[in-house]
Design a protein around this ligand. Sequence first.
Ligand SMILES: Nc1ncnc2c1ncn2[C@@H]1O[C@H](COP(=O)(O)OP(=O)(O)OP(=O)(O)O)[C@@H](O)[C@H]1O
Length: 655
Amino acid sequence: MVYKFMKSQYSEEFSNLGKHLQILAHAASGYHKVLEENRKLYNQVQDLKGNIRVYCRVRPFLPGQFSSMSAVSHIDDGNITVITPAKYCKEGHKSFTFNKVFGPTATQEEVFSDTQPLIRSVLDGYNVCIFAYGQTGSGKTYTMSGPKELTEEGLGVNYRALNDLFHISEQRKDTFCYEIAVQMIEIYNEQVRDLLANDGGNRRLEIRNSSQKGLNVPDANLIPVVSTSDVIELMNLGQKNRAVSSTAMNDRSSRSHSCLTIHVQAKDLTSGNVLRGCMHLVDLAGSERVDKSEVKGDRLKEAQHINKSLSALGDVISALAQKNTHIPYRNSKLTQLLQDSLGGQAKTLMFVHISPEMDAIGETLSTLKFAERVATVELGAAKKNKDNGEVKELREQIASLKAALARREGETHIRSTMSSPDIYRMKSGAISPSYPSFRQPMEDVGNIEVQSNSALMQKGANYDIRELLMETNPSPWPESCAGLQKTDDKETSSGEWVDKVIINKHEAVARDEDLLRDWEGDGTQLPAYFYQRYIPDVRVYRDQPRNRAESVATDDSDDLDLATSDSSEPDMSWQFNLPKPSAAINVVESRIKKPQTKTIKSPDVRTSLIPSPSRKVSNGAGRTTSRPGRNPVSGGIGGKRSVSGKVGSGKQSLH
Ligand SMILES: Nc1ncnc2c1ncn2[C@@H]1O[C@H](COP(=O)(O)OP(=O)(O)OP(=O)(O)O)[C@@H](O)[C@H]1O
């Protein structure tokens, strides 16, 4: 009796518990929806503010400078008025309007607080670009990194941005799983160098636009970071490698454009969707007037490269402002690098810096005019980089079709090279198949691949496969595929043959759908081999050959890199007889991009927005000592260094 009573009580309690659980689960999902809604609204507000924003910052007079002659007469939120000598403007003053103007007393924290909203967008899967522009000595490095003696208050946008990312990702950890990794490169004399390379970054790197893996400079070290102190160590390392030199205008001027890129990958723990965002934080080299800066030889060459690339940036912005169909991104490495962040998919913020000295008014005016033009550029609504479940499924289907194709080809080849008794013995299990490296005439392979692809398109009739492949990329992190290796790309350059897969003899038996699912991965975790170039001391990854076991699917990605590269530029690959993508890819590509004839640009069409290079700024007091961690350039790009990774003085943690 008692037993029965207890049993019924237990079951009642269990059922109550079940109900409570249901209510809790419901509340949790409601909470998640509200969060999601908040994020959407937040980004809508950001969109309404415009995707390209310009903040102006006025540097204070430096210790030892005569400060009664400021060129800035008035600052009022988004307006700045400068005093103009009669030769520039009869009224004696000129006003400019920006999204925000920070006066000489603005703190680093104040400047950053208006930048924070953009940073959050990265965590929601948007691309963001923040860059510092201005004449040499106007405070670009100060804004982006901080003063030479780094204190907590002095930390620049770079550090604060990452700190904020860590903070928000921690807050969202119940709903999102974030992975954050950084790259740091510089463009010096139109060459791209890895500032985090342990060999001093002497290797020249390539920029690949619209990469399916979300990495514009895939060969630069990509280093995972989990705390601000990680970032401080890395950035000190990067700053050490940056090319700087002294000119008559500046004791220690940045001679290169430096770019810290933060890659964020987020997995929505409820839906399984993956978001990717990337943020470029760019400290541009200072423009200077070559005649005034008294430079010769290497320094002259540097100055010319700097001015040319800044001019190319002006051309791009001008073309965007005029809504031209052709945007000349390819005219400089700088614009190539920033392409994804300047062309409508991203949110861009330009910090324009001016010096307060009266004798710099010419440069100040042209800088402000340039900035005002930039502020008029409309980029349209930014787009998220999202990889949802349906896309993942389609990609898996592509992968399994590819594998089936490779398998079939392998078998065909073996059959054709085997004598009949061999085939018989294989069928009966007497010998196991071995799959040698082989190549297949393109037409043969192409037909099969077209078939496979059309079957896929039928299945996914509701989707635009081109859009899916282009816009919802797979994980930017490398995939792995045990047993499948890609042959050397170069071998395809004849255009007559297409490389297929080499399938390792002993692993051939393991090829099946499950295996493919393994290497496709769920695209959410940074697998161990992703961090293949690890330098133990500073958690920097060495320049070893990528340990990426490349697969048919990675072939796709690479081919698609080609297919999705800058649509405003002619596809040059045919000219150089570069590897031809397989027929399946051609099908996709032909839908993406039509071959374009090369545009011959008439010089008079080219209107540069870039102000005339700056004059000497007599800010000697603040420039007489070297910035810590910067390598003077002596006849070439940054000197050799040892990567100890221990950067004591600058190491601090923020809370
Ligand atoms: N807002 C500021 N408050 C105090 N000092 C500043 C500020 N901005 C710049 N400075 C100081 O002015 C000097 C020049 O600044 P910085 O090196 O950042 O200029 P830059 O534009 O990066 O120059 P370059 O293009 O030649 O590298 C430095 O000594 C820096 O510490």
